[in-house]
Every structure is written in structure tokens, then in C-alpha cells.
Design a protein around this ligand. Sequence first.
Ligand code: ZN
Ligand code: ZN
Length: 515
Amino acid sequence: MPDKDLVSWNSFISGLLRSGFTSRCLSEFCRMRFVLHMQPNYVTFLSIISACSDEGALSEGKCIHGFAIKLGILDEVKVVNALISMYGKSGNLHEASRLFQLMPVPNLVSWNSMIAIYTQNGLAEESLEIFTRMRKAEVEFDQATMLAVIQACEDLGFRNLGESIHCLILKFSLIANTTIATALLDLYGKLGTLHAASKVFGEIIYLDRVAWTAMLAGYAVHGYGKDAIKLFEVMVKKGVDPDHVTFTHLLSACSHSGLVNEGKHYFKIMSEVYGVEQKLDHYSCMVDLLGRSGLLSDAYDLIKSMPMEPNSGVWAALLGACRIYGNIELGKEVAETLFSLDPSNATNYIMLSNIYSAAGRWSEASKIRALMKERSLSRTSGCSFVEHGNKIHRFVVGDRSHPMAELIYIKLEELIRKIRKAGFVSKTEFVLHDVDEEVKENMINEHSEKLAMAFGLLVTDAAMPLIITKNLRICGDCHSMAKLVSLIERRVIIIRDPKRFHHFSNGLCSCGDYW
Ligand SMILES: [Zn+2]
Ligand SMILES: [Zn+2]
């Protein structure tokens, strides 16, 4: 079609882009430019930059960038914004920020792109800095800004920041925006403050399915299964249809709270009554739920009856149950399946090695560790975090780097003395190394959770729950200690691990000792 004018070329290229033919977009652009010698305009550039961005074609993108400079098209703000987002997506933040600095007057989209790309590249602090600059420049922000900022707060794990964002949202009456309010609710839930999440839920004017589901997810991950079920029933009574995400959280709520019958009921009726097909996630929740109650063979049967191929999530749920119930035979079989499905996931090897160690089968455990070494897999080291005084304090096992280290160890010793008096015996099997009992006990007594707990008790407000975040699953010994400390120190302690929140109070944990 040699006679096509620029307008139809532009719509042709953007049509290709919309239909997902991104690489063809680039080749047609070359034909237009170099074979037909047509002069593209900024509309053409927007499509082409977007195609390069989607394809991850950074070197082509750079050529296009150079070409745009040559044609003087960089005066168009939209083109610069598209380039910023392209560079940001490919991780080239230096170039993105250089382009941004050169802009005479960045518009809202430019600011939003900068905030979003820093968040996407894991630089939450920088992202919030840009937001502060944007506020100083008196640029009015919108939903996209707020969602990116909330994401940054979640990545940083700062509750303080979450609260200031909440104030801002209220000040600008954005609480009426269900998407923003839901993101805020979700943020509070993830940062451990479920009461704040449910307060936001109460403030939302128009509750849609996403908002209901976010609240349900909060209850689920905090181990409030009964509240999750209550909420679900209210939601359907109000005529809001649940979807597969709602059911994932509902089943996981049942699982986190050990509500076996309720879980079975909802698993059955989700397709029968609500027409939502059971997917892999729902099966993993059910396997987790059955496994938790010790119904390992029922869990295994459920996996075998699945209409689709079980994935590693489903098998990992069963492996977790094997660990809790010390079922070595099944554990070995399941772990081998997992090793072939997901050979580079260190967690599965560690889980099997732990199953062997807990049973005192050291030589098998060390074989698994050798296998990990052979496959160059390493165990992530555990660390725990506590927020205090606008800072996140980080602890690793045996950490003495904190300025208050001396006081922390004195407090820790005092805590251990008190809980021993109450009958606590260190569960050294959780050290899972072939070393002397005494050495084991010393190692276990300096776990990062324990240091974080001692520090938190020293510095945080006694009237408030002490919130600790752990990057790995909390070990059994620290779990038992947290229960007793909550009783002896009369403090609510909340520990978040990658899977859930543990609420310790009066000597008990909300997970019912299954996690
Ligand atoms: Zn521990
Ligand atoms: Zn727990």
C-alpha cells in the first residue's frame, strides 16, 4: 500500500500494537521510514516506543530515541513520557531520570511514570522522594500516583508512612475512590495493622468485590478465619458476587484457622452455587487445610483426583504437612516430585532436610544439604525487622551490630530466664545442625526473631502490639518463646512471616501452632 498517508499509517501501526503484533510494528515502521521514505510524526513515535517497551527491545528503543531527537520530536511531552517509561521498564533508571530532569515542565503523567518506575525497580525510597518533589512542585496527583505511592510504602514496610498517606488521602477526599481506599486497606493489612485495615473498610462508600475481597484477605492472612467467613456471608447477602480470588482467600482463611469443615463446604459450593471453577490455588488451600489437620492421606487423594496437573504450590502444601506430622516416607516422595517440578527452589530441599533432622536422621539430612550444594542452591539467611523511631531495625542471628546490642542481650537473657522458670525448654531440633546440645542452644537463643523481640520490648510503646517482620518462616523454638513472652510480658506480639501473621497473646498464637 504505497499511497497510504501518515494518518492511515499511524492507525495501522497502532492497530498492530493493540493487537499484540509488537515486533511487526517495528518492521512496518522501518518499511514506512526507509523504504517508503515517509516522515513519521509524534503519534507514530508513541506507538513505536510503546512497541519497543513491550518487546523489551532497548537497543531499538535507543535508536528510536536518537531518531526522535533528530526530528525534533522530543518537544512533545507525550513522547518523552513514553521514553521514560520504556527506559524505566528496562531498568535503565539513569536514562529515564536524565530525560525527566531535562523536561521544562513535566506533566502529571511524567511524575507518575517516574514514581512508578522507581517502585517497579525496587527503589521505593527514591519513588517516595519523587512524590515529595511532586508535592513541592504543587502538581495535583491522581489515582495512579496514589497507587504507586501505596505500593512503595508496602515495599518499605513502614507503618508510619502508611499513616501519613492515609491522612493525605483523607485530606484530598480520595477515600471515596474505592480503588485507592482498597489499596490502603490492603497496605494496612500487610503491615500488620488489621484494625486500621478494617477501619478503612468501614470508611469505603462504595464497596465493590475487590474491596470485600481485600478485607477478606486481611482476615485470612491474620488468622481470623471466622471473621473472614462472616464477612463473606455478608458480602454475598448484599448481592456482591465472589470470584476465584475471593474463594482463594476464603479457603486460605479456613486453612489458616484450621476450619476443616467450613473449608470443605466452601470448596464444594464454590462451583455448585457460585459457578466459580476450582483452580490450582483453591486445591493448594485445601491440601494445606487437610494436611494441617493431619489428614495427610485425604490431602494426597485430593491431589490425585485433581482435574488438572498439580503444580508445585499444591505439592509444597503437602510437603509442609509432612514436616509438621513428621511423615518421612510421604515427605520424601513429595519432595522428589517437587525437586523435578521446581529444581532450583531451595525451600523444598530445606524442608526435606528438616524433616530428616527433626527425626534425628542426620546422615539423610546432610545428603540433602550436599545435593543443594551440588546444585548451587543456598539457604537465604533469616532476618527480622522492627519499625521504631522512623527507622527499620534489622537483625540477623547472633547480631551484635545494633547500637543497643548490649541492652538487647541483657533483655534477651532476662526473657529466657523468665520463660525457663515457666517451664520452657529450648527445642533444639529446630537448629537442625549436627552439633552439641549446648552449642545448639546458644545458636537458637540468638535467632533474629528473639533479638527483634527483645529490642521491640525495650523500645516500643507497651500499650501497642509489637510488630516484627521475618523474611523466612518462623522457627518452632522462636514461636514457642513468643507465646510465653506474650504471657509473661503481657504484650501482644505480631510476627509476620512470608505466609501469614502470627498474633501472640496470653500465651497463645492465632495460628494454633500450625504454620
Ligand atoms: Zn528461631
Ligand atoms: Zn503462630
